[in-house]
Design a protein around this ligand. Structure first.
Ligand SMILES: NC(=O)c1ccc[n+]([C@@H]2O[C@H](COP(=O)([O-])OP(=O)(O)OC[C@H]3O[C@@H](n4cnc5c(N)ncnc54)[C@H](OP(=O)(O)O)[C@@H]3O)[C@@H](O)[C@H]2O)c1
Length: 270
């Protein structure tokens, strides 16, 4: 049974509650079977999150990196797709020592849970996300993963078999909620973003739009995947914050997750 989370539980440190954050916590109360899920990404002015070589690209500046670090430190779990692990090899650690110490003082690990969504257990054993910094790790795989790879990854992380051909994200999020994870920060990439958004599992999106154009038909965008095929199915967003940051702009969006009737039984998952 998932614990019902109140506004008071959510703000344990009794910080002043902004109206934006109240809405975030109310969402959490309404959706007790899964944690609050938000995507954070940096994209170019033309909506790309990497180059055509799919290599990591510096889009943000110092202030935005610090904002991302603060969001990480406030989250219970950080999630990425295996495509991002293979392309960027991120460690997903909290960079600020002060923030790591604050987490320790609050009785938490220095880093949030790190979750890799990886149907076929392709995550390399030496991936930074499995090796750098303290904290729990989960590699979520499907029944397609071979036993040897599950064993190999099991030495570094908890391996959760969750889904037949790809990772069942609803089940994964439900499982995380049962473990007490209340806030999940998704850090890409494009296909994972699509799966989560198209299954109406995302509550908010932060996009930092940087001052460059990347271009390229095959360069990953904020959301790739199949795409919605009817106008009714398009996912609507509400703009809740804008801020000029570094040489770009930060946008915070709330996802309007009401499913159009005609589309209810036709959710794309990959
Ligand atoms: N600018 C930014 O903020 C930012 C942030 C992160 C990433 N990126 C960029 O994004 C690119 C990576 O994006 P990507 O789309 O290639 O990879 P991704 O979204 O990180 O990972 C997608 C992979 O995850 C696996 N997966 C398992 N279950 C899934 C499910 N239910 N839904 C979706 N995926 C599932 C699939 O591989 P299997 O079938 O093998 O399991 C799938 O191909 C890189 O170029 C990286 O640099 C940019």
């Amino acid at each position: 049974m998932v614990k019902f989370i109140t506004l008071e539980d959510y703000y344990t440190e009794q910080e002043p509650i902004s109206s934006e954050d109240k809405v975030e916590a109310q969402h959490e109360q309404e959706q007790i079977e899964k944690p609050f899920v938000f995507i954070n990404a940096a994209m170019s002015a033309d909506g790309k999150i990497a180059t055509i070589q799919r290599t990591q690209t510096r889009i943000s500046g110092i202030k935005d990196f610090d904002r991302v670090d603060a969001l990480r430190a406030e989250s219970d779990a950080l999630m990425v797709g295996v495509g991002t692990v293979l392309a960027d090899d991120p460690s997903l650690t909290v960079k600020s020592q002060k923030r790591r110490e604050r987490r320790k003082r609050a009785g938490m690990d220095e880093n949030p849970w790190r979750i890799v969504v990886d149907s076929k257990a392709r995550t390399p054993s030496d991936a930074e996300v499995l090796n750098k910094g303290e904290g729990k790790r989960i590699v979520a795989v499907s029944e397609q993963a071979i036993v040897e790879d599950i064993g190999r990854l099991g030495e570094k992380a908890e391996v959760l078999v969750c889904g037949q051909t790809e990772v069942d994200l609803k089940r994964l999020l439900h499982d995380l909620a049962l473990r007490g994870v209340r806030k999940v920060m998704v850090e890409g990439g494009a296909r994972l973003n699509w799966s989560l958004l198209s299954q109406r599992l995302v509550d908010e999106i932060y996009t930092f739009v940087g001052n460059l154009v990347i271009g390229g038909d095959s360069a990953p965008t904020l959301v790739d995947g199949r795409g919605f095929d009817t106008l009714e199915a398009l996912l609507k967003l509400q703009l809740i914050r804008t801020e000029k940051l570094d040489e770009g702009i930060l946008l915070r969006w709330r996802v309007v997750n009401e499913v159009p009737k005609a589309y209810e039984n036709d959710h794309e998952t990959a």
